[in-house]
Design a protein. Sequence first.
Length: 334
Amino acid sequence: MRIVISGASGFVGRMLLERLLHGRAADGTPVVDQVPTDVSIVALVHKPASLVLLKEVHPDLEVHRVDGWDDLGLESMVLGADVFFHLAWSSVPRIAAQDPARDVRENVEGGLRLLNGISNAGVRRFVFLSSGGTVYGSRTGAPITEDVPVDPTNAYACGKVCFEQYLRERAEHHGFEQVILRPSNLYGDPSGPTKQQGVVEHWFGSIAAGRAIDAWHGLDVTRDYLHIDDMVEVLLAAMTKPVQTSTFNVGTGIGTSLSELLSHMFEITGITVPVNSPEKNPPDLPWNVLDPGLLQRSWGITPKVPLRTGLERTWRSLQSRGYGSPNGPLSVQV
């Protein structure tokens, strides 16, 4: 089986590679699963530094740098791939809001060029990592199911929804299979905070550094936190499972407020730091919890990592990298 992964140096891409290449979970422990043994992997990255880093970590991995999906060699890189995991996205909500036009150019227009390239190369199945945490807009009450109409309320979500629609149209037109995965709030990056998102890693970093936490929207904001190991399980299933239904929420169905999350983190670390609400602006999305029932019924997959367990694993991984030590790395506050 030939697999191509875009965004292979990002959080989800790195963890997927660890499982496929080495059979390891996010914290490095061995995992026994049913990954095909005859897998060949092609990793695609955007930055030159990412290419160098991946080759250092995985010397035998085939890695290519592509720029804006304009690379003339793209089709040859992905020729005959069984599965293309599209995990690359150049923005996060905060960055997309600052320059929506750039977000569209890089991720929607660029994504269309990618879809044309993979269709010409004969890719069999295209798996897209969308955003269940943003595409449904502001909802309250019962966990959100896939039949709830999308209602993007920020630039990032608009881009994700737009690409979803183009993917469905291009797949129908060119005849390849498509799977859209809408994860909730992912956490569990063992390397620590990256970009300007990921409250768990950022707050653990601030706690480790003994710095106050700024909760800009207060502590009542409620999210559905999904450990990266559970996300990787779904990605592995997406390689081979039937796709009569092609759009899935990936979450736990359990809502956790920032206040509850912070209590867990203080207990796990044994460290307490001040919490400030500098402006307490109302959040765009005060509540977001996904219903994972369709995925469970269709593919038989349920989340295995409880929040407390996942937070403990994340903290241990960060400690192993020096967080919490006198000379350990400092993180960016959120």
